[in-house]
Ligand binder design. Sequence first.
Ligand SMILES: N[C@@H](CCC(=O)N[C@@H](CS)C(=O)NCC(=O)O)C(=O)O
Length: 205
Amino acid sequence: MKLYFHPLSGHSHRARLFLSLIGVDADIVEVDLAKGEHKTPAFLALNPFGQVPVLDDNGVIVSDSTAILVYLAKTYAEKSWLPDDAIGAAAVQRWLSVASGQIAYGPCAARLITVFGAKFDADEVIARAHAILALIDAELAVRQWIAADHPTIADVALYSYIARAPEGNVDRFQYHNVTAWLARIEALPGFYPFQKTPVGIADAA
Ligand SMILES: N[C@@H](CCC(=O)N[C@@H](CS)C(=O)NCC(=O)O)C(=O)O
């Protein structure tokens, strides 16, 4: 199995974190985004969207971080990571949508400004980040994990960009339930950290 990956990509980190949590080995293939390797014909043949991450499981090609989490959960993980029943699966999907929506347009976008020089309106994306963090903080006031009474791929999908939100000048330290939940994820056996970048506000949790 191969994971096409970039070390500063939170989308890539989600996939790598889950592989590690479920104890599945993969060859990590670093894609040089700065050199445009993700837009070469060879890479576009793997993922026409020209983005990392991409998983190649012995010829089964899966792109998109949350699709990769679903594929890995269904193929290699205990069912608890992605429950089969309608209510449990819908609860997880609810938060995978947030990972691809409000998180991508909030804390992920804020970090793209400071880490990759993206030309977004910082005030706008930081405000979006606070809106979704406040909502998640309220959800976590009444339970330990975001989509169930145990960890699921929804927690994995949300983790990376929330953990590194301060790099995008998003002060997440006021969200105490979020801080406790991040620590619970970091305490899971097999946790794999997301590389830090020395930008944004100090990591003073
Ligand atoms: N929806 C995709 C988004 C992936 C994504 O935005 N990847 C970024 C790196 S974090 C990328 O490859 N950007 C290069 C580009 O879009 O040209 C996913 O969840 O995997």
